[in-house]
Design a protein around this ligand. Structure first.
Ligand SMILES: Cc1cc2nc3c(=O)[nH]c(=O)nc-3n(C[C@H](O)[C@H](O)[C@H](O)COP(=O)(O)OP(=O)(O)OC[C@H]3O[C@@H](n4cnc5c(N)ncnc54)[C@H](O)[C@@H]3O)c2cc1C
Length: 408
């Protein structure tokens, strides 16, 4: 081992939304100062993507940090209406989150949300360019091994190794987690690779002055979904904070390699929706991001010994219900409450697992079903309201997450 050992109580692998929220929750709820090991050379969220925050995620954030929650409400864009546009007609569903669940439905740029979280964690708690590669779980402590990386492209370069000692490791290294395998038995490990859904998502954020030519009025506090007649392509256009707009286009392609998809081909693919095509045309090619949609089979457990999984490392979902980050915030809250309530860490982690496993498995299953349902050819314009009605019960269960009802 080249590097020295650094000791702290808790290490968090990954400084994404889940890792940051957990770091803040541990500080505010348990008085624990955790440190974050982050592979990238800076802490940053995805600048070209929208995160929809639902009542369940907002309630978790409010219980973690009231001032963070207030900042999000002030910064994000409150959505008042969701519209679906198809060849067969249009459906408008007024948003009822505030009246029904006492929390709004907010759309916010991923990078904005990430920086609102990051500014609540001290620089001294963050170890950048540290890719976690291995964890050794000893009886009363963990040893976390990292290698230094100079950029994300360099993740495989074998540089200086370092070891970090702590009471526990919280794994928040995302959907392509390197450490998830640690908590699974040998025969379960083949189950854990994320699966390519056969779809990619292209997307970008635009300023209102860039979106001059749009055949419909610019969305104001609104999300609009567009469906191709065969159901295979789904687009969206949503308002964001500070007069910005987000567009996204989901396409079926046989392999994960989307490098051949250029701006021009995206414009052709979006011919089913003129406004979407116009938004793509207005976007500088270098700002368009394309990413395969991956989903994970539900895991049988989230914790083993002094190691615990949170966020996408535990339960990545496709963004069909816009829930990945929301349930990561729930994780952060529940984990911190369990740690506060229980001196024995292994017991605290099993308490967390018990409270999270079934709920997250269900949300994974429903997100997957919702993704498939959105791609069915639709019989009529009332289809959306019928589908919406059919999963009202699940939505109520999902959005009604109440921090005050977490029994410990
Ligand atoms: C297009 C798209 C749209 C989405 N829309 C929504 C939405 O509307 N609402 C919603 O709730 N969710 C949405 N999601 C999902 C949401 O973005 C994720 O669920 C959320 O970002 C998960 O956070 P995370 O911290 O677990 O993982 P990540 O955000 O992936 O963060 C992981 C972090 O760990 C770091 N890392 C990786 N490996 C290592 C390692 N070995 N060592 C150290 N660090 C490492 C990474 O650099 C990164 O910083 C969307 C996702 C996508 C792709």
């Amino acid at each position: 081992m080249d590097g020295c050992e650094v000791t702290t109580s808790f290490w968090i692998s990954g400084g994404g939304l889940a890792g940051l929220a957990t770091c803040i929750a541990l500080q505010n709820i348990c008085g624990i100062r955790a440190n974050i090991l982050e592979a990238k050379s800076q802490l940053e969220g995805d600048a070209g993507t929208l995160i929809a925050l639902w009542p369940n995620g907002l309630r978790a954030l409010q219980a973690i940090d009231q001032s963070l929650y207030q900042d999000i409400l002030q910064t994000g864009c409150k959505i008042r209406q969701v519209r679906s546009i198809r060849e067969t007609g249009e459906t408008r569903v007024p948003d009822n989150c505030e009246s029904k669940y006492g929390q709004p439905f907010i759309c916010i740029r991923w990078s904005t949300l990430h920086s609102l979280l990051a500014k609540r964690v001290s620089h001294s708690q963050i170890y950048l360019q540290h890719t976690t590669t291995q964890v050794y779980d000893k009886e009363n402590h963990v040893i976390v091994e990292t290698k230094r990386t100079h950029s994300t492209q360099d993740m495989d370069r074998d540089d200086t190794k370092e070891a970090f000692v702590g009471k526990a490791l919280i794994v928040a290294d995302g959907v392509r987690s390197l450490l998830r395998k640690y908590i699974l038995n040998d025969d379960e490990r083949q189950l854990i690779d994320p699966i390519y859904t056969g779809r990619v998502i292209a997307r970008a954020v635009l300023n209102s002055d860039e979106l001059k030519e749009l055949s419909i009025p610019l969305p104001q506090n609104e999300c609009i979904f567009f469906f191709s007649s065969d159901g295979k392509k789904v687009g969206s256009l949503s308002s964001l904070e500070q007069g910005q707009f987000y567009w996204a286009l989901t396409l079926e392609i046989p392999t994960m390699d989307s490098s051949y998809l250029e701006k021009q081909s995206l414009q052709q693919e979006s011919e089913f929706s003129i406004p979407l095509m116009q938004a793509i045309a207005a976007t500088p090619a270098e700002r368009i991001q394309i990413r395969p949609l991956l989903e994970m089979p539900p895991l049988p457990r989230y914790a083993k010994g002094n190691v615990v999984l949170i966020g996408d490392a535990a339960h990545a979902v496709i963004p069909s219900l816009g829930q990945g980050a929301n349930i990561a915030f729930e994780d952060a809250l529940v984990l911190s409450r369990c740690i506060k309530n229980e001196d024995n860490l292994e017991k605290a982690f099993s308490c967390y697992e018990e409270r999270r496993l079934r709920r997250c498995q269900l949300i994974q299953e429903e997100s997957s079903k919702a993704g498939k349902r959105a791609r069915q050819p639709k019989p009529s314009s009332s289809w959306d309201s019928q589908v919406f009605e059919s999963y009202q019960k699940f939505l109520e269960y999902l959005l009604d997450f109440d921090p005050d009802k977490i029994s410990l």
